[in-house]
Design a protein around this ligand. Structure first.
Ligand SMILES: [Zn+2]
Length: 251
C-alpha cells in the first residue's frame, strides 16, 4: 500500500507543478481568440464608417452637379432678361431669376453643411484607421509572443509530466479514476497532504482514526469535506526508504 500511496503522492506533486502550465496553456489560445474577435469587430465598424463616408461623398457630388445645372439656368435667365422688351417680360424674368438665386443660396448652405459633416467624418475615419492599424500591429506581436510561449509551455509540460504514466500504472485504476474526477471538480487538485491532522486542501480537521490511517500509509483516504485523496507528507520518503532497504514497501 505504501508504494501505491507514494505513486499517487508523486502524481499529485507532478500535477501541482503542471497546473500553472496547464492553466496558461488554456488561457493563451482563449486570449488570442478574444483579440482576433476584437480586430474583426473593429474592422467591420471601420468598413461601415468608410461606406458611410463614400455615400456622403456621392451625395456631395450630386449636389455639386445640381448647382452646376442651376448656374446654367441662371445664365439662361440672364440672357432672357437682356432680351426682355416689355415691363411684363422684365418682371417675369426678374421673378424667375429671384427663384433661381434663392434656390442656389439654399443649395449652397446645404452643401457647406454637408462638406463640414464630411470633413468631420473623414477625420474620424482617419483616426480609426490609425487605431485599427495599431491594434493589428499589437495583435501580430501578441500572436508571435503567444506562439513562442506555447512552445515553451509545451516543452515545460512534457518535462514535468515525464514518468507520470509509469506512476499511474502503480495506482489502482479505481483510485486513479477517482483522483481525476476530484481534480476536475476541485480546481485541478485531486490529492493533498495532511498536516497536523488537517487537510491542507480545505483546512478541515480529520477524525483521529482517519488521520492515524493516513500517517501509517494504510489506505487511500478522502477528506470528508473537499473529497480530495489524502496522504502523509512522509509517504514519498518512507516509500523510497523502504525501496532502498530492499523491501517492496507493500503490506
Ligand atoms: Zn479537504
Amino acid at each position: 500500500m505504501l508504494e501505491e500511496l507514494a505513486a499517487l503522492a508523486k502524481i499529485a506533486e507532478i500535477d501541482a507543478r503542471a497546473l500553472a502550465t496547464d492553466t496558461e496553456l488554456e488561457e493563451i489560445p482563449a486570449r488570442m481568440t478574444e483579440l482576433s474577435s476584437d480586430v474583426d469587430k473593429l474592422r467591420e465598424l471601420l468598413e461601415a464608417e468608410k461606406q458611410d463616408l463614400a455615400e456622403a461623398d456621392g451625395l456631395l457630388k450630386t449636389q455639386q452637379d445640381e448647382m452646376k445645372g442651376q448656374s446654367d439656368a441662371l445664365a439662361r435667365s440672364k440672357a432672357k432678361s437682356a432680351r426682355a422688351q416689355t415691363m411684363r417680360e422684365v418682371d417675369a424674368v426678374e421673378r424667375e431669376l429671384e427663384v433661381i438665386r434663392r434656390s442656389m443660396r439654399e443649395r449652397e448652405e446645404e452643401r457647406e453643411k454637408l462638406k463640414a459633416a464630411i470633413d468631420k467624418r473623414r477625420s474620424s475615419v482617419e483616426k480609426h484607421e490609425q487605431e485599427f492599424a495599431d491594434l493589428e500591429n499589437f495583435t501580430s506581436e501578441e500572436k508571435a509572443n503567444a506562439e513562442a510561449r506555447l512552445g515553451e509551455l509545451n516543452q515545460e509540460r512534457s518535462s514535468i509530466l515525464a514518468g507520470r504514466e509509469e506512476l499511474v500504472k502503480k495506482v489502482p485504476g479505481q483510485i486513479i479514476r477517482r483522483y481525476e474526477m476530484i481534480r476536475k471538480k476541485r480546481s485541478g487538485v485531486g490529492a493533498v497532504t495532511v498536516r497536523d491532522g488537517i487537510c491542507i486542501g480545505c483546512n478541515t480537521a480529520l477524525r483521529p482514526n482517519q488521520n492515524i490511517a493516513i500517517q501509517r500509509h494504510e489506505t487511500f483516504e478522502q477528506c470528508p469535506r473537499c473529497n480530495r485523496l489524502l496522504y502523509s507528507p512522509h509517504t514519498i520518503a518512507k516509500a523510497e526508504e523502504a525501496a532502498a532497504g530492499g523491501k517492496d514497501g507493500e503490506e
